[in-house]
Design a protein around this ligand. Structure first.
Ligand code: 13P
Length: 253
């Protein structure tokens, strides 16, 4: 049985006050015990998360990290710093990092390796753009993103990772992928992971779907056993909404 995972990716949203209110509400919600909930919050709120969430089942995630331990990298954050702040998970390769900040395969691969070395669980994000989809390149793009990200990793390391299939055209657009798009995309990703490790490793790692996930559609994705949960942007910004979404997703199981 694979883990069910719900990630809330706040992106660059929130204030200190909103984060306090969010956590006050969220920590009192009876979350399903058979799932893992990770809040990927902006760096400035990690200390608040650490203070409020210790001892709860809610995990703390960061949205990015650098691959080096330290040095002259103005504006960057290292894996050790994230561990200091109580992070257990980190997003790597989100499409916004790939497209807006020009992060490419080898750099992402070095980040994945560093995260694993430091005991952080990378949630490695992959997904095709609309242009790639329309030119029938979805499968080859997903395969090459997996190949680049996992290059040089041992099977044991790959077995520790999480994955998020997020078609770029479905992110923040309200145009969510069909259930079949999500299912077939995840199947391609799982096969690509198997080719870099083994079938048993690829069958064991959680792969979630992301892209305009809402309370009203999560159950239909999760009704497919290949979909191990969701990585949620906009619909994770209010504690009440995200909690309802998690409950709805678990009903899909
Ligand atoms: P939305 O849920 O807002 O489409 O964002 C998805 C996403 O990018 C999560 O990482």
């Amino acid at each position: 049985m694979r883990k069910v995972v719900f990630g809330g990716n706040w992106k660059m949203h929130g204030t200190w006050k909103q984060t306090e209110e969010y956590l006050q509400h969220f920590v009192n919600c009876p979350l399903p015990v058979n799932s893992e909930i990770i809040l990927f919050v902006p760096f400035p709120y990690l200390s608040l998360m650490q203070k409020t969430l210790s001892g709860t089942q809610i995990r703390i995630g960061a949205q990015n990290m650098h691959s080096e331990d330290k040095g002259a990298f103005t504006g960057e954050v290292s894996a050790d710093m994230l561990v200091d702040m109580g992070c257990t998970h980190v997003l790597i390769g989100h499409s916004e990092r790939r497209s807006l900040f020009f992060e490419k395969g080898p750099f992402l691969n070095s980040k994945v390796k560093k995260a694993l070395t430091k005991g952080l669980t990378p949630m490695y994000c992959i997904g095709e753009t609309l242009a790639e989809r329309e030119s029938d390149k979805t499968v080859s793009v997903l395969q090459s993103q997996i190949r680049e990200g996992l290059e040089g990793l041992s099977q044991d390391d790959i077995a520790k990772m999480y994955f998020a299939y997020e078609p770029v055209w479905a992110i923040g657009t309200g145009v969510n992928a069909s259930e079949e798009d999500a299912r077939s995309g995840i199947a391609v990703v799982r096969e690509a992971i198997a080719s870099m490790s083994s079938s048993s490793v690829s069958q064991s790692v959680p792969i979630v779907y992301g892209g305009s996930v809402k309370t009203g559609n999560i159950a239909s994705y999760m009704a497919h056993k290949e979909v191990d949960g969701g990585l949620v942007g906009g619909a994770s910004l209010k504690a009440e909404d995200f909690y309802l979404l998690i409950q709805a997703g678990m009903q899909g199981r």
